[in-house]
Structures are given as C-alpha cells and as structure tokens.
Design a binder for this molecule. Structure first.
Ligand code: GUN
Length: 299
C-alpha cells in the first residue's frame, strides 16, 4: 500500500470524546442536556440500523435521544404533526428525519417544516440555500459531506486551489460536498450519470470524493497518483466466500486504488463514523444556540 490510510473511525472517536466533555460542561454550566429526536417512518432495515447507530452514539456521548417511529403507511399529516410536536418540545435540540421516506410522503414539505435551529441534518431549504451562497452562514452543515471535508483536513489535504471532483450530485452528499469545497477555494467538477469521459475527468482530481452508490466503481486508472480519495459509498455486495454471503464495499476499488492514491479512506471505517460524529456535534450546537441566545441572530 502506498497511500496513507485516513482512519475515520479513529478521527470520529476523538471528536466524540470531545463532544462528551462539552455535553457534560453544558449540563454543569446551564443544567441543559442536549437532545436529539429521531423520526423513522416504515421498516427499511438499513434505515432502522442507521437510526439505531445514531441513537447509541448519542447515549455514549451523554446526549438524550428521543426515538419516534411511524408505520410505513403513515399519512403526510401524521408525519407533519410529529415534526411540529418535536419543534415545540424544549428538550429536543435536534430533529433527524431518516431518509428516504416512503414514496407517498412529500419529503420536501417534511424537511421544510423542521425548525431551522433544530435542523441538525442541515437539509432545510434555507440552510442549504445559505450553504450555497457566499458570505451566508447556515445554522447546520449536512453531516456526511462535512465529515468528508474534516477527513481531508485531518489528512493534511490542501483544498485551496485544488482540482476537486465530486462523483454524485445527491442532495444529501454530492451537492453539499461540492458547495463546501467551493467555499474552501477548490475548483470543483461535479460528475453524474451523463458525464462524458468519466475516468479521464476523475484523473484530473487532486481530491476525489466518490458518492454514487455503485460498488467499487472507481478503479486505479481513474485516480491521479498522489490524489486524496474520499469514499462515501457503502454498498452491500454478494460474496459467497464471506461468512454471511455478502460483504460491504465502497464506491472505490480500495485494493487497487490504494496503490495509486496519496491518501484514501476505507469503507467501512472512513466517512460512515464521521457522519455520526458530525450529527452529535450539530446536536450539541443546536443546544448551544439555545442556551447562549445566539439562535435569535441566526433565524
Ligand atoms: N439517509 C442517508 N443519509 C442520511 C442522513 O445523513 N440523514 C438522514 N436524515 N437520512 C439519511
């Protein structure tokens, strides 16, 4: 292996330890325990597992966790009423509606209903709009792309002036990742299913963020020697030789790309743990905005 391994698990653990200290401090100084409410609609096993991990991480950091579950056939009115109730609950400083929602629900309306100062996912249109604009401050930055940027910074990547390529343009990762890179003065190319000469475009990247959801799509000859490669993908693939009959793989063919890249995240063990660490950080920030009264300046 020639690339430096960017250990997301270790970096996230350090961040979580600091959050636990800050949570304790807030409790001592203000008598306030930060609280995160999760909203899970339906029984998608992957969503159930993600929400469980987020709740466990909260508990370990001393953050109160308020789980809410609705059946797969919940109505738009039921989901909206629940969000409204959580908006009104002073013990709740962050609201996380796990996506995707069942198809019959209007995701845009639900996300737009979350109070700006509790929008710990950073998916409210006003937070995303502020993220997109120069000189504006979103209350929260979306967790996964923010985690990816922190990993780049921790690994010593020079983002300023770099050619960055983002593979994928999703609302949750690709789009906000591109915005965060622009704010840090990278020259950003966003690639998607219609992009021509994809390997060639990727080979120009000093920084490559892969967030397409296609197992091991990025091959060694797509990567510029010495590039920083951040793999956001988490794909379950069949593997008869594995004990369970499947294994998890990122969007990057790790075994071959690690021989070309300068630094690379594994998947699992890279961006995933950072998403959770950033969510805890945002929840703590939600509580801080309230206890310090800063929230009034930002909404
Ligand atoms: N589904 C996949 N990633 C995320 C995320 O970061 N937040 C929420 N709410 N749903 C998701």
């Amino acid at each position: 292996m020639t690339a430096k391994l960017i250990d997301g698990t270790a970096i996230a653990a350090q961040i979580r330890d600091q959050i636990a200290v800050d949570v304790q401090k807030m409790q001592t100084e203000y008598g306030v325990v930060p609280g995160l409410a999760t909203v899970l609609v339906g029984d998608n096993p992957a969503s159930q597992s993600y929400v469980r991990m987020k709740r466990k991480a909260c508990e370990k950091a001393g953050i109160a966790s308020f789980p809410n579950e609705l059946p797969a056939d919940a109505t738009q009115a039921q989901v909206e009423a629940l969000v409204q109730q959580l908006n009104d609950d002073p013990k709740v400083h962050g609201i996380l509606v796990q996506l995707p929602l069942p198809k019959h629900l209007n995701e845009e309306k639900v996300l737009g209903l979350i109070s700006l100062h509790k929008d710990v996912d950073g998916f409210h249109p006003l937070n995303i709009g502020r993220l997109a604009m120069k000189g504006r401050e979103p209350l929260f930055i979306p967790c996964t792309p923010h985690g990816a940027i922190v990993l780049l910074e921790e690994a010593g990547a020079k983002i300023d002036g770099a050619n960055a390529v983002v593979l994928g343009r999703s609302n949750i990762v690709g789009l906000p990742a591109a915005l965060l890179l622009i704010h840090r003065n990278a020259t950003v190319t966003v690639c998607h299913s219609k992009t021509k000469n994809l390997p060639e475009v990727c080979r120009q990247a000093d920084i490559l963020i892969a967030a397409v959801g296609r197992a091991e799509m990025v091959r060694a000859d797509w990567v510029k020697p010495g590039a920083y490669v951040i793999d956001v993908g988490s794909n379950r693939i069949n593997d008869p030789s594995a004990e369970k009959g499947y294994r998890w793989a990122g969007d990057v063919a790790f075994d071959e790309v690690k021989e070309v890249a300068g630094a690379i995240t594994p998947s699992p063990g890279g961006v995933g743990p950072m998403t959770i660490a950033m969510l805890l950080k945002n929840t703590l920030r939600g509580a801080e905005l309230v206890v310090t009264g800063r929230v009034k300046d930002l909404i």
